[in-house]
Structures are given as structure tokens and as C-alpha cells.
Design a protein. Structure first.
Length: 114
């Protein structure tokens, strides 16, 4: 006998970003996530803060984050959402710091180029 190729239904819930208010999830999508297991995807992971903020929104909507994925991981995460993470490509970039721990910030040296 052949195994069925059906799978549980999947949904897409985009996060919106407002520079004044940060990340948000529209009410319709909050309802979609309630009681669901969520795979969070992004294009690039720099510090991991986006995943951390979105995890909080998922949990507030009643969802459970099960893993994170990204196309490109700069390997500089300082925020860990405590779930498995998978990247298609990795690149060890310069170390990331929070502003309070940054040696350049402490010394008053402004970043003028990347």
C-alpha cells in the first residue's frame, strides 16, 4: 500500500515592521497562530533579535515556536530563541555586541563605515 502524501495544513503569517512601534502581527494572523506550531523564517540572521521579538509575538498569539530557519546566518547571534535553528549558508562575521557592552561605544568611537 502507498503512503498518503497529505500533510497538516500550513499557513503564512507575515510580521509587519513599523520603525516607530517595532514588529507587529495583524489581528487576523494572531488568530491564525493560536494553538499552532510555528516555523519562523527570515532571509538573514544577524544578531537574532528579530527572531527573539517575533517569538514573543507568536507566544502572545497562542502559538509555539518550534524552530527558526534562514537563508544566510552571519553567525553573530546574541539573542537565542532556544529552539533549533537551520541556515542554508553561514558566514562568520565580526562579533556583535549590545550597545552597553560594545567596546567602541564605551570608547565613544562612532562607526563610520561597514
Amino acid at each position: 500500500s502507498r503512503r498518503s502524501l497529505t500533510h497538516p495544513p500550513c499557513s503564512f503569517a507575515p510580521f509587519n515592521y513599523d520603525p516607530a512601534g517595532g514588529f507587529a502581527l495583524r489581528p487576523f494572523y494572531r488568530h491564525v497562530l493560536d494553538g499552532r506550531r510555528v516555523l519562523l523564517a527570515d532571509d538573514v540572521r544577524n544578531t537574532g533579535e528579530t527572531f527573539g521579538k517575533c517569538k514573543a509575538l507568536i507566544q502572545a498569539a497562542g502559538g509555539a515556536l518550534v524552530a527558526t530557519v534562514e537563508i544566510y546566518d552571519r553567525c553573530g547571534a546574541i539573542v537565542d530563541p532556544c529552539v533549533p535553528n537551520l541556515a542554508l549558508a553561514e558566514y562568520g562575521a565580526a562579533e556583535n555586541y549590545r550597545a552597553a557592552q560594545c567596546p567602541l561605544c564605551r570608547a565613544g568611537i562612532a562607526i563610520t563605515r561597514f
